[in-house]
Design a protein around this ligand. Structure first.
Ligand SMILES: [Zn+2]
Length: 400
């Protein structure tokens, strides 16, 4: 008998013991004699992996004796946890249809059936059950979370927002960052349709719901750039520093564009310098080094970057240093440098560019909703370096 089978056997027994104890008061004799023979036949079918036969027996037991409800709930949940969702649905569905259940049992059975439907991807069925539970004020946070999950999958952002606010009302904190993301989704949908007015409205909601929303600032800046309001765009992008400075490297190229358009590149240089001092981000330092390289030459840029690397040593930074020096600096031996560069590049090649701070998911693109743990705004840029640029540069370095 495998450990899993044993567990499967023991858990229903444990669940049924409540039922056994309840019966014990009727008589002082050995309590196992109160377990109906069908119960053991059901268990032996479970042991033989004849799960459907076991279910038939359990369902018949329920018809004859409604006190086995707890056992049914336990067996149904076990099937679901084992991934046998169809069987879990059969059991829970049967429970829901019983007329002899107490209100509390019926509600629990409905909730469990909703969980089965979620697991099976039967979103419509799950939505109906959870909406009903929410209307009754039962299983509130759990049902609302499932509804939000469903609406997110269906990209029904407005319904997700409504459920989000209900979740907050039910006493759950920290849902606002998620709601703001939903408003950002609506904003981007409106932008795709070309409905600028709606986009602005939704963006306003995002900001009002959660003023720290980085994505809202990013979209606001991009929208301002679209209509050549570069000063507004700059202010929106710069707001990200206060919201979550980890995202700053993501907007540096657009900020540079804004400064270029408004003709104040010295300000951009000062700004980047301040950001490096405050946050010590390699991504920002690299942007600064590029600007110094353009304006003052390679040696100045290399000196600034080397100075930074002495304070914040990193393989990635060294890799970038080699690239920078080779491109615009005075170096004694290009070939040595190329060799060093390619070795370092090999070492950093497999590094992800983005990392979920919640679950550790790693990726190459920025996901606002983590594909792995579904958290919003937890995937953050690690370095702010475009991999392709880096690879191309190292290649050209090695070739030349
Ligand atoms: Zn994650």
């Amino acid at each position: 008998m495998s450990a899993e089978t044993l567990l499967f056997l023991l858990l229903p027994v444990a669940a049924a013991s409540g039922w056994v104890l309840a019966r014990r008061q009727d008589s002082d004799s050995n309590e196992t004699s109160h377990l109906p023979p069908d119960y053991f036949r059901g268990l032996s079918y479970l042991l033989d992996d004849q799960h459907d036969k076991a279910i038939d027996i359990f369902i018949r037991m329920l018809e004859e004796d409604s006190e086995t409800v707890e056992l049914h709930l336990a067996v149904g949940n076990l099937f679901r946890n084992r991934g046998e969702v169809d069987r879990a649905i059969r059991i829970h569905q049967n429970l829901v249809n019983r007329t002899t259940l107490s209100d509390e049992q019926r509600i629990q059975a409905r909730f469990e059936l909703g969980e089965d439907y979620m697991r099976a991807g039967l979103l419509d069925g799950a939505e109906n059950l959870f909406r009903e539970l929410v209307e009754k004020g039962e299983y509130l946070p759990e049902s609302l979370r499932h509804l939000i999950d469903i609406y997110q999958q269906e990209k029904d952002w407005q319904k997700a927002i409504d459920a989000g606010f209900k979740l907050e009302q039910s006493g759950v904190t920290d849902v606002r960052p998620m709601i703001a993301q939903h408003y950002c989704e609506l904003t981007e949908e409106a932008l795709k349709r070309g409905d600028l007015k709606q986009a602005q409205q939704m963006l306003k909601h995002a900001r009002a719901t959660w003023p720290q929303c980085v994505r809202a600032s990013l979209i606001e800046g991009e929208m301002a750039m679209e209509t050549e309001r570069y000063e507004d765009a700059r202010l929106a992008f710069q707001r990200i520093e206060q919201q979550d400075a980890d995202y700053l490297p993501e907007v540096i190229p657009m900020l540079q564009e804004c400064y270029r358009k408004t003709g104040t590149q010295q300000q951009m240089l000062d700004y980047l310098q301040t950001m490096v001092e405050r946050h010590g981000s390699l991504g920002i330092m690299l942007a600064l080094a590029e600007m110094i390289c353009e304006q003052q030459g390679g040696q100045q840029a290399a000196a600034a970057l080397l100075d930074y690397l002495e304070k914040h040593p990193s393989l990635r930074g060294l890799d970038q240093f080699v690239g920078l020096v080779s491109r615009c600096g005075d170096t004694p031996d290009q070939r040595v440098l190329a060799g060093v560069g390619s070795i370092i590049n090999r070492l950093v090649e497999d590094d992800p560019d983005y990392l979920c701070r919640n679950c550790g998911f790693q990726g190459k693109v920025l996901h606002w909703q983590c594909p792995s743990c579904k958290s919003w705004g937890t995937v953050k840029p690690l370095h702010g370096i475009q991999r392709k640029q880096k690879r191309d540069r190292v290649l050209s370095l090695v070739v030349s």
